[in-house]
Design a protein around this ligand. Structure first.
Ligand code: 5AD
Length: 357
């Protein structure tokens, strides 16, 4: 296996081989990527306090629990004050950044609302808080406006980089166009953001080749950040009918960890998030991802009464502990593996070569 890893360029076939490693060889892969991570981005883990702004969504993606057609969901949108309270609280606790995530809509009211949140978040924190937006496809003008108001980064998952697979996961219409999503990623880059993308892992119809190509897609697009995690079925979605074809959850977790590990090897200096869906499969899933290559954590700081409604997939973790306790326990477990949390640091992607703000 190490002969493959020593190659300066990994081919698609190499990656497919590496994604299939088991047991001892898989552990060797993980040790290798852990080392690359420490050499390139160090042992600090950066926090993005995750605010799930709204589950109102105009899209109808076949995998997602908050899809437009799911009438079993109680729809909400946080008020401006609720968001600002969460931002201020995060800032005081030493979260260097917040991530504002939302179902997709591009109404004027929504665009203005985000704009106000972004500029006020910067002004009440002396410009110190880093802001990641994850609010889907928007016009280039909207992206520009939000950037000018202070947003630093944008996460727009491609979900599946194969157009054919993407087509099987989304309705075949204008608002779910693969081409538009690619254009949106390019518009984000052009307008100065640190750009992140990602995919779901263990989807129905997905092969090892798809996953290898996903990693090569991220490399080709020269992304600065990645958030990817296991696909987890949701009862009220069309893809649920294919659940019998899915690899077991434990396998989806193992595959996700291999994806993180390989992405770290392919792109040593980017930011990679240990995503919530990993934790939905196994309590220590995120810590495992940190060990093999991830360096960003996104603890949920959404006001508690809304969390049940942002129900993207089953088993989404909902802890009885307070957020402070959760973070404390997580920190303890990370310290045991030689990691420390980068409090009060924005933790921007070292890969980003755009103009300094
Ligand atoms: N399983 C895992 N991840 C999902 N997402 C949506 N639905 C699911 C699911 N069933 C992810 C998508 C989206 C992000 C907000 O949540 O990748 O971009």
């Amino acid at each position: 296996m190490f002969d493959i890893l020593k190659k300066s360029i990994l081919s698609k076939d190499d990656i497919v081989t590496l994604l299939s490693l088991q047991d001892e060889e898989k552990q060797q892969l993980f040790s290798y990527s852990a080392k690359i991570k420490l050499q390139n981005v160090g042992n600090k883990v950066f926090l993005r306090g995750l605010i799930e702004l709204s589950n109102i969504c105009e899209k109808d993606c076949y995998y997602c629990g908050i899809r437009r057609s799911n009438s079993n969901t109680h729809r909400y949108i946080l008020s401006h004050d609720e968001v600002m309270k969460a931002v201020k609280n995060a800032y005081e606790k030493g979260y260097g950044s917040v991530a504002i995530q939302s179902g997709e809509t591009s109404s004027k009211a929504f665009v203005n609302k985000i704009d106000k949140i972004v500029s006020e978040s910067k002004s009440v924190t002396n410009g110190e808080i880093g802001i990641t937006l994850s609010c889907g496809e928007q016009s280039e003008e909207t992206y520009r406006r939000w950037f000018e108001s202070g947003a630093d980064r944008y996460l727009l998952r491609i979900e599946a980089s194969s157009e054919e697979l993407y087509g099987r996961l989304h309705p075949n219409d204008e608002i779910h166009s693969y081409g538009k999503r690619i254009n949106a990623l390019e518009a984000l880059r052009k307008n100065g953001y640190q750009v992140g993308t990602g995919v779901m892992i263990g989807l129905p119809f997905q092969t090892g080749e798809h996953l290898a190509n996903d990693l090569l897609f991220m490399k080709q697009h020269d992304i600065d950040m990645c958030g990817m995690g296991p696909y987890i079925e949701h009862t009220n979605t069309p893809l649920y009918q294919y659940r019998a074809q899915l690899p077991p959850l434990a396998e989806r977790l193992a595959l996700s960890l291999k994806m993180v590990s390989l992405l770290r090897i392919l792109m040593p200096d980017i930011n990679i998030a240990a995503t919530t869906a990993l934790q939905a499969i196994e309590k220590g899933g995120r810590e495992q991802a940190i060990r093999v290559g991830a360096n960003v954590l996104m603890p949920n700081i959404t006001p508690r009464q809304y969390r049940n409604d942002y129900f993207l997939y089953e088993n989404k973790p909902l802890s009885a502990n307070s957020d402070e306790d959760e973070l404390f326990f997580l920190e303890q477990r990370l310290q045991a593996t030689g990691h420390e949390i980068g409090y009060f640091l924005q933790g921007n992607s070292l890969h980003y070569k755009g103009p300094p703000r």
